[in-house]
Ligand binder design. Structure first.
Ligand code: SF4
Ligand code: SF4
Length: 94
């Protein structure tokens, strides 16, 4: 049974939480970071990821990519996914 929350008006809904960001699609634009009010996301240098090289990601000029740093702080608002121009996010219910 997934966790439920309620709107201010008392309507129940099932939050879906930011679980992962596709490193191949992410262009490091920062849109998702700007809309998240819970400090869940962080930008990392692609040079820190030894498992990937430039041929692996969509935009070879993207020097950074977003990651889900604090998944436990996510409220499941979904704003990050809605603002992402590359459809990078995967969400899960709790
Ligand atoms: S779903 Fe909301 S709280 Fe969670 S990472 Fe995205 S913007 Fe932040
Ligand atoms: S909005 Fe999408 S493409 Fe932009 S940094 Fe976030 S995950 Fe990456």
């Amino acid at each position: 049974m997934p966790a439920t929350a309620v709107t201010r008006g008392g309507t129940p809904y099932v939050p879906t939480y930011a679980d992962s960001i596709d490193p191949k699609k992410c262009i490091g634009c920062g849109r998702c970071y700007k809309v998240c009010v819970r400090d869940v996301l962080t930008l990392v240098d692609r040079g820190e990821d030894d498992d990937m090289d430039e041929d692996d990601w969509d935009d070879e000029d993207a020097k950074a990519m977003m990651t889900v740093k604090n998944p436990g702080d996510c409220t499941g608002c979904g704003a990050c996914g809605r603002t992402c121009p590359k459809d990078c996010f995967t969400f899960v219910s709790a």
